[in-house]
Design a binder for this molecule. Sequence first.
Ligand code: TYD
Ligand code: MG
Length: 450
Amino acid sequence: MKSKTIFYCTACGNETPRWQGRCPACGAWNTIEEHVGAPATKAKPSAAAVSRKPKTLREVDCGSEVRFATGLGELDRVLGGGAVEGSLVLVSGAPGIGKSTLLLQICSELGQSRRVLYISGEESETQIKLRAQRLGVTTENLLLLSETDLTQILETARETAPDILIADSIQTLCDPDNTSSPGSVSQVKACTMALMQLAKGSGITVFVVGHVNKDGAIAGPKVLEHMVDCVLYFEGEAAHNYRILRAEKNRFGSTNEIGVFEMADHGLREVPNPSEMLLAGRPTHAPGTCVACAMEGSRPVLAEVQALVARSNFNVPRRMADGFDYNRAVLLMAVLEKRGGVNLSSSDVYINVIGGLTLNEPAADLPVVLAAASSFRDKVMDSGVAAIGEVGLTGELRAVSNLSQRLSEVRRLGFRCCLIPRQGTSQLEPPEGLEILRVRNIREAIETLL
Ligand code: TYD
Ligand code: MG
């Protein structure tokens, strides 16, 4: 049978029927590689497959899903309340962000009651030990192996029968049956598939590290997301020490929880109160800033929204938003102009959410509008005031969910006063010590504060 030749983009995993200089999917140059696939043979039905019949829901036998804590509360939160036995978790992020550190760190707690096999294709056992010493990991239940050969790894996993297997990183693993080079799409796919079978077949919980390349896709990349149970993204900014862990996909929990860490001298430290960190160093006597409160999963997080309104040198004024949806920002600026009486038609507006957080929640509308108005008028807003509210197209303010929870957080962080929509909040009991200002629309909000 004729073997089939496939062309893959090494950057995004896109398959094309012929070689091209530029990948039509991601636009990268010189990334398409030829790969001769095995001849497509019809899979023989195995003995087990023949006898398999569909079952009704009631007939399916399931032990309850077993979860265990990893020892890092922030990681457990993102996983949906701990790791699930027999699941495969992909931890992805840019090189150097702290993925290996995170996974080595959890070995300490996991090693108390479980056996962990840590396989690294990037570092030698000595290097891992040095890092473990630095992180204070001393458990006897941690087995280290520096290996890239997949067959060898699976063999070791069978022999040592660990409860948890950590593979760092998937791009360095190599399946000897596969002719393409390590890190290529088909290698990465084949290795993940083998680890997935190991996880499902033997109940081992597998953590796999995947590096993200420059374009933001995991190298050998998006191709993995559909295969694994859980995809976590570890993000952070080079200029800051803190890291945000986010679930992109989770078969066993919600995906809107975030975990916040800080990279310190002895590894990652959990940040249970991200609001404090995000508000640290906030300018108090500058125009163009307002504090917002967004729900990140089940917890309220405070963040500072900054705006700069400057005279435009172009016919079409510029709008830019970082950490906030661009189209939403454009819409809010139009509402601010038409309903708030702030003439922005010849001004550029730049919106920025401090701390690398993305506010994709309507509750952040009012702070964005107020920050822009404050910058336009060059008037400083009282730094003890936060604002919460969704802005409608007529400039009216609408109530948002979890208001009392958000107000408690605002109070906890020492704010004196909070601006909230009047509509839908008449029953609300404000937390003690926090003054509440109820406003109907953005014009009223601007008049109250500026
Ligand atoms: P690492 O976990 O090796 O990143 P990845 O596996 O995602 O590529 O993290 C490396 C960075 O973390 C490195 O730049 C140094 C920093 N770091 C600390 O600041 N403190 C520490 O205790 C450790 C272990 C690393
Ligand atoms: Mg690493």
